[in-house]
Design a protein around this ligand. Structure first.
Ligand SMILES: [Zn+2]
Ligand SMILES: [Zn+2]
Length: 338
């Protein structure tokens, strides 16, 4: 069967890989859609901390169940499903406290089990989530990035009546903006340097946009709240200037939720944090609870996730698309259909 395979750094193509076997508690899924994301690009460039070539890319999957192991009863043949691409141990202190996302023994995609952008995958039934029976495959594949966004927004809490800023609108930031708007944020600011992304998010949410063009969002951003600042600032772009902007834009007593990964340690204005009683918190991946919340949103159709899908391509087009995405500015969400 075919898979999008990274043979070596910056050497990606379609390869024949072995068809996976199905254990007693596994589910075979015929993959129908898989999103490409920034972390796949960092794997391609050899910059990912643990996913290294040779490896199958992809982890944002929706597909159809075509075989179930003898011990599986929660899903059935023909079910449409999304896959949570991590396997927490379920036994450590983090897991028992409900924080399987930070489990130190966690099995991760591309290391402990293969990447998911292949025609078929076999995964434990514990990480398979039923989608609605008529769900569009590309929208189903948005469950994974939406789960990242769900965790971040839940870290802040109720957006009803709140002023929310999202700094960086790649797919994750864009999904945070959708959730914030759906949750009743009264003022919504999104910033980025990529105008196509800003336009797409503005169309889907009515957010005010600032194209920071490599500069700072702080003056124009704070003018939007008459200097009061935002209740929540989501950091979805990993640049030092973005964290500085977040501190400047956050109201006293407000919360900064950092989702982006930073290549280097960055300074934090601790005096402003202390005297303003800001909360600065990280948000990493998702727990099963977050993933379930994302799947429920996908199944309900309550969010205009479709508006964020910029490209739908075939598997044969995927290698060239990965190369394009490295330099491109208009790839809000590329979905490979199989
Ligand atoms: Zn991803
Ligand atoms: Zn654990």
């Amino acid at each position: 069967m075919k898979a999008l395979h990274l043979d070596a750094v910056q050497d990606v193509g379609i390869s024949e890989v072995a068809r996976p076997t199905v254990g007693a508690h596994d589910v075979r899924v015929r993959v129908r859609a898989c999103g490409l994301c920034g972390s796949d690009l960092s794997v391609y460039l050899g910059q990912h901390p643990f996913r290294k070539a040779p490896v199958v890319l992809g982890h944002e999957v929706a597909g159809e169940v075509t075989e179930v192991g003898s011990g599986v009863d929660a899903v059935a043949l023909g079910d449409r499903v999304a896959i949570e691409p991590q396997i927490a141990c379920g036994r450590c202190a983090a897991c028992t406290a409900g924080h399987g996302n930070v489990c130190a023994n966690k099995g991760v995609v591309g290391v402990d089990f293969p990447g998911l952008l292949s025609e078929e995958v076999a995964v434990p039934d514990s990480i398979v989530y039923p989608l609605a029976g008529d769900i569009d495959w590309a929208i189903g594949a948005m469950a994974e990035p939406l789960a990242v966004a769900c965790r971040a927004v839940r870290a802040f809490g109720d957006c009803l009546g709140r002023r929310v800023a999202v700094l960086g609108v790649g797919a994750i930031g864009a999904l945070v903006a959708l959730l914030a708007r759906h949750g009743g944020a009264t003022r919504l600011l999104v910033t980025d340097v990529r105008q196509p992304n800003l336009d797409a998010v503005a169309a889907a949410t009515g957010a005010t946009t600032i194209n920071v063009g490599g500069g700072s969002a702080r003056d124009a951003g704070s003018a939007l709240t008459d200097g009061q600042g935002f209740d929540a600032v989501f950091v979805a772009a990993g640049a030092p200037v973005v964290l500085r902007d977040a501190q400047a834009l956050c109201r006293k007593g407000g919360m900064i939720v950092a989702i982006a990964l930073f290549a280097e340690p960055v300074p934090v204005d601790m005096d402003a944090l202390v005297t303003g009683e800001l909360t600065l918190r990280g948000s990493s991946m998702y727990t099963p609870d977050d993933f379930g919340a994302a799947v429920a949103f996908i199944n309900s159709g309550a969010l205009d996730v479709e508006a964020l899908i910029s490209h739908r391509i075939g598997l044969d087009e995927a290698p060239a698309m990965v190369r394009d995405m490295v330099d491109g500015t208009d790839h809000l969400k590329v979905t490979v259909l199989l």
